[in-house]
Design a protein around this ligand. Structure first.
Ligand code: ZN
Length: 136
């Protein structure tokens, strides 16, 4: 059961939780759903001109295990943009995550907000101690 945070919790903005800003990663299949992703991209640009839409990544980058582009936005856009994505994603998988200073791994894994599938996350960039022995 969710706690009652309806009226008095006006401090529940991201800033109160150490969140600098937000990313939405829009995933697509370059061979099958790039056109859907392009349509969503145009809608985002039209409806949220203050959102910063990154370039297309047809090849996996960083922790992302599917082609995607990123949309960066501030707290002020969250309440409008996240529902907009939910209603307009046309079956695309989307990851919404906070930008947590100094804890990118937690942002992408522990605190991830997924729409659609939950995709694997490539943790290699955070696993620089991979050469160390595994915990026994
Ligand atoms: Zn991101």
């Amino acid at each position: 059961m969710a706690p009652d945070t309806t009226s008095s919790d006006t401090t529940a903005t991201g800033a109160a939780h150490g969140i600098a800003a937000w990313h939405a990663h829009i995933y697509y299949d370059p061979a099958r759903t790039r056109d859907v992703a392009a349509r969503l991209r145009e809608k985002i640009a039209a409806a949220f001109p203050d959102a910063v839409i990154g370039r297309w990544h047809d090849v996996n980058v960083g922790p992302h295990t599917r082609a995607m582009y990123q949309v960066a936005f501030g707290h002020d856009l969250f309440a409008g943009l996240v529902p907009f994505l939910a209603l307009n994603r046309e079956g695309l998988t989307i990851l919404v995550h906070a930008e947590l200073h100094g804890n990118s791994r937690a942002a992408h894994i522990d605190h991830a907000i997924w729409m659609g599938e939950v995709l694997p996350v490539n943790t290699a960039q955070w696993d620089n101690r991979a050469a160390a022995p595994r915990d026994a």
